[in-house]
Design a protein around this ligand. Sequence first.
Ligand SMILES: Cc1cc2nc3c(=O)[nH]c(=O)nc-3n(C[C@H](O)[C@H](O)[C@H](O)COP(=O)(O)O)c2cc1C
Length: 149
Amino acid sequence: MPEETVLPFYRLLYRSKITLNMSHDELNRQIDDIVASSCTANADVGLTGALIAFEGMFIQVLEGSLAPLERTFERICCDLRHRHVQLVDLAAAEQRLFADWNMVRVDHDGGLARLYDMLGKSELPHLDVAKASSLISLMLSVLPPSRAH
Ligand SMILES: Cc1cc2nc3c(=O)[nH]c(=O)nc-3n(C[C@H](O)[C@H](O)[C@H](O)COP(=O)(O)O)c2cc1C
Protein backbone atom coordinates (compact mmCIF):
# COMPACT_ATOMS: atom_id res chain seq x y z
CA MET A 1 0.00 0.00 0.00
CA PRO A 2 1.47 3.45 -0.83
CA GLU A 3 2.78 5.18 2.32
CA GLU A 4 0.50 8.18 1.66
CA THR A 5 -2.58 6.09 2.33
CA VAL A 6 -1.39 5.02 5.78
CA LEU A 7 0.79 7.85 7.09
CA PRO A 8 0.14 11.54 7.63
CA PHE A 9 1.93 13.54 5.08
CA TYR A 10 3.75 16.86 5.38
CA ARG A 11 5.22 19.54 3.17
CA LEU A 12 7.77 22.18 4.16
CA LEU A 13 9.24 25.17 2.43
CA TYR A 14 12.32 27.05 3.62
CA ARG A 15 14.60 29.66 2.24
CA SER A 16 18.26 30.32 3.02
CA LYS A 17 21.19 32.42 1.95
CA ILE A 18 23.77 30.72 -0.28
CA THR A 19 27.28 30.88 1.20
CA LEU A 20 29.09 29.28 -1.74
CA ASN A 21 31.41 31.94 -3.07
CA MET A 22 32.53 30.93 -6.56
CA SER A 23 32.03 31.58 -10.24
CA HIS A 24 28.58 31.29 -11.75
CA ASP A 25 29.49 28.07 -13.59
CA GLU A 26 31.08 26.45 -10.55
CA LEU A 27 28.07 27.41 -8.42
CA ASN A 28 25.77 25.82 -10.98
CA ARG A 29 27.81 22.63 -10.84
CA GLN A 30 27.70 22.60 -7.03
CA ILE A 31 23.94 23.05 -7.06
CA ASP A 32 23.53 20.28 -9.60
CA ASP A 33 25.63 18.05 -7.30
CA ILE A 34 23.43 18.92 -4.31
CA VAL A 35 20.33 18.03 -6.33
CA ALA A 36 21.84 14.76 -7.63
CA SER A 37 22.87 13.51 -4.18
CA SER A 38 19.58 14.71 -2.67
CA CYS A 39 17.69 12.73 -5.31
CA THR A 40 19.36 9.51 -4.21
CA ALA A 41 19.07 10.21 -0.48
CA ASN A 42 15.45 11.34 -0.75
CA ALA A 43 14.46 8.31 -2.82
CA ASP A 44 15.76 6.09 0.00
CA VAL A 45 13.47 7.75 2.56
CA GLY A 46 10.47 8.57 0.38
CA LEU A 47 10.89 12.34 0.12
CA THR A 48 10.09 14.42 -2.94
CA GLY A 49 10.54 18.11 -3.69
CA ALA A 50 12.22 20.90 -5.59
CA LEU A 51 15.00 23.45 -5.18
CA ILE A 52 15.41 26.96 -6.58
CA ALA A 53 18.67 28.91 -6.45
CA PHE A 54 17.75 32.52 -7.07
CA GLU A 55 19.63 35.75 -6.44
CA GLY A 56 21.91 34.29 -3.75
CA MET A 57 19.12 32.39 -2.07
CA PHE A 58 17.92 28.80 -1.93
CA ILE A 59 14.22 28.04 -1.76
CA GLN A 60 13.41 24.38 -1.26
CA VAL A 61 10.20 22.38 -0.93
CA LEU A 62 10.35 18.94 0.66
CA GLU A 63 7.43 16.61 1.19
CA GLY A 64 6.91 13.18 2.71
CA SER A 65 6.36 11.50 6.07
CA LEU A 66 7.20 13.58 9.11
CA ALA A 67 10.12 11.56 10.52
CA PRO A 68 12.32 11.51 7.37
CA LEU A 69 11.28 15.07 6.59
CA GLU A 70 12.46 16.29 10.00
CA ARG A 71 15.67 14.27 9.93
CA THR A 72 16.55 15.55 6.46
CA PHE A 73 15.69 19.15 7.29
CA GLU A 74 17.89 18.97 10.41
CA ARG A 75 20.84 17.90 8.24
CA ILE A 76 20.08 20.59 5.69
CA CYS A 77 20.00 23.24 8.44
CA CYS A 78 23.55 22.25 9.49
CA ASP A 79 24.94 22.41 5.95
CA LEU A 80 27.56 25.11 5.61
CA ARG A 81 26.76 25.70 1.94
CA HIS A 82 24.02 28.03 3.14
CA ARG A 83 22.98 29.92 6.29
CA HIS A 84 20.02 31.84 7.72
CA VAL A 85 17.83 28.83 7.01
CA GLN A 86 14.30 30.09 7.62
CA LEU A 87 11.42 27.66 7.75
CA VAL A 88 8.52 29.43 6.04
CA ASP A 89 5.88 26.72 6.17
CA LEU A 90 5.47 23.19 7.51
CA ALA A 91 1.99 21.73 7.24
CA ALA A 92 0.10 18.50 6.77
CA ALA A 93 -0.73 17.87 3.13
CA GLU A 94 -3.26 15.61 1.48
CA GLN A 95 -1.10 14.60 -1.44
CA ARG A 96 2.35 14.99 -2.93
CA LEU A 97 2.62 17.89 -5.33
CA PHE A 98 6.14 16.90 -6.45
CA ALA A 99 5.48 13.17 -6.71
CA ASP A 100 7.52 12.96 -9.93
CA TRP A 101 10.72 14.29 -8.40
CA ASN A 102 12.79 13.06 -5.45
CA MET A 103 14.54 16.39 -5.95
CA VAL A 104 14.58 18.64 -8.98
CA ARG A 105 16.22 21.96 -9.67
CA VAL A 106 13.79 24.60 -10.84
CA ASP A 107 15.86 26.69 -13.15
CA HIS A 108 14.79 30.30 -13.30
CA ASP A 109 15.95 30.61 -16.89
CA GLY A 110 13.10 28.22 -17.54
CA GLY A 111 10.35 30.72 -16.91
CA LEU A 112 10.72 31.86 -13.33
CA ALA A 113 10.87 35.55 -14.25
CA ARG A 114 7.77 35.99 -12.11
CA LEU A 115 9.99 35.30 -9.08
CA TYR A 116 11.22 38.87 -9.31
CA ASP A 117 7.65 40.12 -9.08
CA MET A 118 6.98 37.79 -6.18
CA LEU A 119 10.15 38.35 -4.17
CA GLY A 120 11.43 41.76 -5.24
CA LYS A 121 15.10 42.65 -5.24
CA SER A 122 15.83 42.58 -1.51
CA GLU A 123 18.60 40.28 -0.28
CA LEU A 124 16.36 38.50 2.21
CA PRO A 125 12.82 39.11 0.97
CA HIS A 126 9.90 38.55 3.30
CA LEU A 127 8.32 35.13 2.74
CA ASP A 128 5.11 34.02 4.39
CA VAL A 129 2.73 31.07 4.05
CA ALA A 130 0.73 32.74 1.26
CA LYS A 131 3.89 33.48 -0.71
CA ALA A 132 5.11 29.92 -0.09
CA SER A 133 1.94 28.62 -1.69
CA SER A 134 2.36 30.93 -4.72
CA LEU A 135 5.99 29.85 -5.05
CA ILE A 136 5.03 26.18 -5.04
CA SER A 137 2.45 26.80 -7.77
CA LEU A 138 5.05 28.68 -9.79
CA MET A 139 7.61 25.87 -9.39
CA LEU A 140 5.08 23.28 -10.51
CA SER A 141 4.07 25.35 -13.53
CA VAL A 142 7.63 25.42 -14.95
CA LEU A 143 8.77 21.89 -14.15
CA PRO A 144 9.24 19.39 -16.97
CA PRO A 145 7.57 15.97 -16.72
CA SER A 146 9.77 13.39 -14.99
CA ARG A 147 9.50 10.45 -12.65
CA ALA A 148 10.55 9.82 -9.05
CA HIS A 149 12.69 6.74 -8.50
C1 LIG B 1 20.27 23.81 -0.42
C2 LIG B 1 20.50 22.39 0.02
C3 LIG B 1 19.50 21.46 -0.18
C4 LIG B 1 19.69 20.13 0.22
N1 LIG B 1 18.68 19.23 0.04
C5 LIG B 1 18.82 17.97 0.50
C6 LIG B 1 17.77 17.02 0.36
O1 LIG B 1 16.71 17.29 -0.20
N2 LIG B 1 17.98 15.77 0.85
C7 LIG B 1 19.16 15.39 1.45
O2 LIG B 1 19.29 14.25 1.88
N3 LIG B 1 20.18 16.28 1.56
C8 LIG B 1 20.04 17.54 1.10
N4 LIG B 1 21.08 18.43 1.21
C9 LIG B 1 22.36 17.94 1.71
C10 LIG B 1 22.40 17.87 3.21
O3 LIG B 1 22.51 19.18 3.74
C11 LIG B 1 23.60 17.03 3.68
O4 LIG B 1 24.78 17.56 3.15
C12 LIG B 1 23.47 15.60 3.22
O5 LIG B 1 22.21 15.11 3.59
C13 LIG B 1 24.58 14.71 3.82
O6 LIG B 1 24.52 14.80 5.20
P1 LIG B 1 25.58 14.01 6.12
O7 LIG B 1 26.94 14.42 5.62
O8 LIG B 1 25.28 14.48 7.51
O9 LIG B 1 25.28 12.56 5.88
C14 LIG B 1 20.91 19.75 0.82
C15 LIG B 1 21.92 20.71 1.00
C16 LIG B 1 21.72 22.01 0.60
C17 LIG B 1 22.81 23.03 0.81
